[in-house]
Design a protein around this ligand. Structure first.
Ligand code: ADP
Ligand code: NI
Length: 217
């Protein structure tokens, strides 16, 4: 059986090469930030740090937006973990976290997760908020050829998973359709505190953007 440190080192190397060159918001540095944040939350919660780190590293290997299956990331993680011949319970714990991380629309409730899973999910969502989250949203919008803003296209509310996945929206609408909803969905206490700060920064940016757009600055 491999030592935990060796499992992490091999997984990190694998994920780095698998995500190299990604421009969809799931590049290696997103994964690295989520790993560091998830470990920070995990320490505050007394979570199993090995499970937290492994799940964080593998959480975006494949993404539902770019494949037909909502469970593609979990399947890709399972396939990798299989090659390491780990304890079956550990693999199941990590894979079920990855299957429950995604935000999939306002009307799609979050799955119940282990405390380790809550740390990874909170960390992933924190990286969608604040200065970095704003940067990622515009990078993603540019990558997918979307308008930054269109005053004639308003945000949708109450989206289900399939509507959320299939609706083309502007980057500014994404703030209303996802980013500003995340604060209410935090599960850990440190996550809630950081989300509150990042929410305020995100909201302040949005207000400023619309003020300038409308000539009200
Ligand atoms: P995560 O890695 O947090 O699960 P997603 O896979 O939903 O995030 O998206 C990757 C990044 O792209 C996130 O920062 C997210 O906010 C952003 N993003 C996703 N959909 C859109 C969109 N329609 N417009 C702008 N940004 C988006
Ligand atoms: Ni992610």
């Amino acid at each position: 059986m491999l030592e935990p440190g060796e499992v992490i080192a091999r997984t990190e190397e694998y994920v780095r090469s698998a995500l190299a060159g990604d421009r969809t918001g799931h590049d290696w540095w997103h994964v690295d930030r989520v790993r560091r944040l998830a470990l920070r939350l995990g320490r505050d919660e007394g979570a199993d740090e090995f499970v937290v780190e492994l799940a964080a590293l593998l959480h975006d290997l494949d993404d539902a937006k770019f494949s037909n299956s909502e469970t593609a990331s979990a399947a890709a993680a399972a396939a990798w973990l299989e090659t390491l011949e780990l304890d079956k319970q550990l693999v199941d714990d990590v894979v079920s976290i990855i299957a429950g991380v995604s935000f999939a629309g306002e009307a799609t409730p979050d799955q119940a997760l282990s405390i380790e899973g809550e740390c990874v999910r909170d960390a992933d969502r924190l990286d969608a908020l604040g200065a970095i989250g704003i940067g990622r949203a515009f990078a993603y919008g540019g990558f997918s050829g979307r308008d930054m803003h269109n005053p004639h296209v308003g945000p949708h509310s109450g989206m289900t998973r399939s509507v959320y996945r299939s609706t083309e929206s502007t980057t500014i609408n994404h703030f209303y359709e996802k980013l500003l909803l995340l604060r209410e969905r935090m599960a850990t206490s440190t996550g809630r505190r950081l989300a509150e700060q990042r929410h305020q920064k995100t909201k302040a940016f949005l207000d400023e953007f619309l003020k300038e757009w409308n000539g009200a600055d």
